[in-house]
Structure formats: structure tokens, C-alpha cells
Write a protein that binds this ligand. Structure first.
Ligand code: PMP
Length: 371
């Protein structure tokens, strides 16, 4: 009698052994203060809600535009380029995965090491290493300096660890999880030396002093990645985009799923761009809460790094960071802690509303008092 195959035997070894990406927790119980996944504490503009509601009422029956045409036209105007310079994704996460599939050979297919290399700094966005592993590419991971800065070019050139020919280099700028910002000048210096594609992942750039959009329009091998998730309060809808040379965009477009960006996401993102003033006010509020919270946590004994994002990275006093995570959770506040050796002494804390910052300070003081 035939028996059916063991499920494990059906799964590619690469996938069987893969440690999949673990996103920050989305709690199932109510009443928690959620400062763990860098969401925006303020809702989208009322105009966005209106646009989405009327699309729900009238358009769910229809397929959405496959290339997010109207959104790309509007984004092109915003960035001073053409719709052909833009591709929209189901969150920027989808586009990062597509970039690896478009520009990088799986290691098994390539004789040349650099052709199958995805290169990034550590620490940076932890998804990069998982996407690299899924594709069967090689990861070249190089440490940022002690202050989470990008090592100067002369050092990268001397170190031999850095690969100037890597097929794809991913730079989180401003950096996550440290919050450290980089100048356009230093990013440009790095881009000029790279011979493969460089993605500047600007997920948090609206909270920073500088952005590097101009580099995507100046260099044929530079891609700037943006998202509506953080600054534009639209995580739920999953919309991100790349800006790059039309030939790179056309290549990415070939591997795009037919209707990769859902219709309500397109409608919501488009309405967002019609009300940018609303969002700019929110950026300012978040930045001022960030500066106040940084000062207050510093006064409490935290070592808070300067941040150009909507989160702060801080070494807490008195107990290890992992214990702080649990103690804050017991007080119904979720923050993020990463187990990796180079960041395990820090907590990453999303900037919420002023009331949430106050609650965090009260909890912090109570934890220190209880000892
Ligand atoms: N890049 C960085 C650095 C991020 O932190 C995130 C959010 N986790 C993303 C990209 C992806 O964002 P989304 O897929 O929501 O656009």
C-alpha cells in the first residue's frame, strides 16, 4: 500500500533550514501601548479615510490598476521625475525582495562571487539577511562603526571586507535600529564607488534632516526606496515604492505580480499625496516628542542615541535591556529588543503620542524605583 510522502521531504532544503523573518509583535489584547513597530501614532488624513470609504462603496468588484498608474504619475510630479522612474509595491518589503530577484544571481548559478552577493551593514534592517537567504544568494555583512556610522570610504577600501562589486548593496538610511542619520554627501561618495545596484532604503527619511532622492535621479545604479507605512500612517494598506532609472524599473516590473498593490492601498496613497500638509504637521509633532522623550530618558539615566527617525535607540540603566523589555511589558508598554550581540544592550522605542511618551516615563520611573 502506498503511503503519502512526509511533508518535510517535499520542502526544499534551503526553505526547511530557513529562519523566516519574525515581525514585531502585533498584540491580540487591547489597551497596550504599542511602541514596538514604528507605527505612526496619528491617523491618516480625513481625506484619505473618505477616499478609501468611497472606493469600498463602489469599486471592490473590480481589479485595481496593475501598475498603480495614477499613483505613479502623482509620485513622479512630487519627485520631479517620470512615472517610468517609479514602481509601487505591496509595502517596500515586497520591492526589496524583488530587487534581490532582479539583480542578484543565486549562489548556485554564479561563478563570480560578487554577482551573487547582497551586501549590507550590521546593524540594519533585519529583513535583508532573510531575503538573501530565501534567494540562495551570499550575504556580505559589514559592521557599522561604534556610533552606527558608515565607515569612511578609505577604511572600506582598506578593509577588504567591503565588496565594491557586490550585485546589490542595501543601505538603511537613516539607519534602523539605531536611528542614526547619514548625509547625502557620504551616501553619494559610497554610491559612486559601487559597481552594482545600491538601494537606499529611506523608510524613515521624513523624520531626518536630509534625503538622498536626488541620487536615484542622478545615477543609473541607485534606487531610493520609500514607504507610506511610517510617516504617512498607512501600514495597514501596505504601499511602498522605488525611484530609479527607467531600465531598472522596467526590469523590476517584469517580475512584479499582476496586481501587486491592492486597490484600497492605491486609493489611500493617492489621497495621501493630496494632503501632504497634514502629514508635515505630524512629522513636526513626532520630532518634537522625540526630542522631549530623548531629554527625559537621558535625565532618567538612559543613554539615548541621537535619532533622525520616528524611534529612539537607548541603553537603559540598572537592568539589562532584555529585562526592561519584560518590565515595560508588565506595565502594558511594548518596545523592541533585538537579541543580536551588537545591539542587545539597547531598546528601540517608537515615538508615539505625547500621552504615550508620558506613560513610558511614568513606567520607567516606577521600574527604577521598584529596583
Ligand atoms: N525598510 C525599513 C528599514 C523598515 O524598518 C521597514 C519596516 N519594517 C521597511 C523597509 C518596510 O516597510 P513596508 O514594507 O511597510 O513599506
Amino acid at each position: 500500500k502506498r503511503t503519502s510522502p512526509k511533508p518535510a521531504s517535499l520542502i526544499r532544503p534551503l526553505v526547511r533550514e530557513l529562519h523566516g523573518y519574525v515581525p514585531g509583535e502585533q498584540p491580540k489584547i487591547k489597551g497596550l501601548i504599542k511602541l514596538n513597530t514604528n507605527e505612526n501614532p496619528y491617523p491618516p488624513s480625513p481625506k484619505v479615510l473618505e477616499a478609501i470609504k468611497s472606493a469600498v462603496d463602489g469599486r471592490l468588484r473590480l481589479y485595481p490598476n496593475p501598475t498603480a498608474q495614477l499613483l505613479r504619475e502623482k509620485l513622479a510630479k512630487l519627485h520631479g521625475c517620470k512615472p517610468e522612474n517609479i514602481i509601487v509595491g505591496n509595502g517596500s518589503d515586497e520591492l526589496l525582495a524583488m530587487a534581490i530577484r532582479t539583480f542578484v544571481e543565486p549562489a548556485s548559478r554564479s561563478g563570480e562571487r560578487s554577482a551573487s552577493t547582497v551586501q549590507f551593514f550590521t546593524p540594519s534592517y533585519s529583513l535583508y539577511s532573510v531575503l538573501t537567504a530565501i534567494h540562495g544568494a551570499r550575504a556580505n555583512v559589514v559592521a557599522l562603526d561604534k556610533e552606527f556610522g558608515i565607515p569612511p570610504l578609505v577604511l572600506l577600501k582598506k578593509s577588504k571586507a567591503w565588496d565594491f562589486k557586490a550585485a546589490l548593496t542595501l543601505v538603511t538610511t537613516p539607519n534602523a535600529p539605531s536611528g542614526r542619520g547619514y548625509t547625502t554627501k557620504e551616501l553619494e561618495a559610497l554610491c559612486r564607488e559601487q559597481q552594482g545596484v545600491v538601494v537606499l532604503d529611506e523608510a524613515y527619511v521624513d523624520f531626518a534632516r536630509e534625503n538622498a532622492m536626488q541620487l536615484a535621479l542622478k545615477y543609473s545604479h541607485v534606487i531610493v526606496s520609500r514607504t507610506f507605512s511610517k510617516a504617512y500612517s498607512l501600514c495597514f494598506q501596505r504601499v511602498g515604492y522605488f525611484v530609479a532609472h527607467p531600465e531598472l524599473i522596467a526590469a523590476l516590473d517584469k517580475i512584479r505580480d499582476s496586481y501587486n498593490v491592492n486597490g484600497l492601498g492605491q486609493v489611500g496613497a493617492l489621497a495621501t499625496l493630496n494632503d501632504l500638509k497634514y502629514y508635515r504637521t505630524n512629522f513636526q509633532k513626532i520630532i518634537s516628542t522625540r526630542e522631549r522623550l530623548s531629554r527625559e530618558l537621558t535625565a532618567l539615566g538612559f543613554e539615548v542615541l541621537p535619532s533622525q527617525t520616528n524611534f529612539i535607540f537607548a541603553k537603559p540603566p540598572s537592568f539589562p535591556a532584555e529585562q526592561w523589555l519584560e518590565k515595560l511589558r508588565a506595565k502594558k508598554i511594548l518596545v523592541r529588543w533585538f537579541k543580536y550581540p551588537n545591539v542587545k544592550d539597547y531598546l528601540r522605542i517608537t515615538i508615539g503620542s505625547d500621552a504615550e511618551a508620558d506613560a513610558l516615563m511614568r513606567a520607567g520611573k516606577a521600574i527604577l524605583k521598584a529596583g
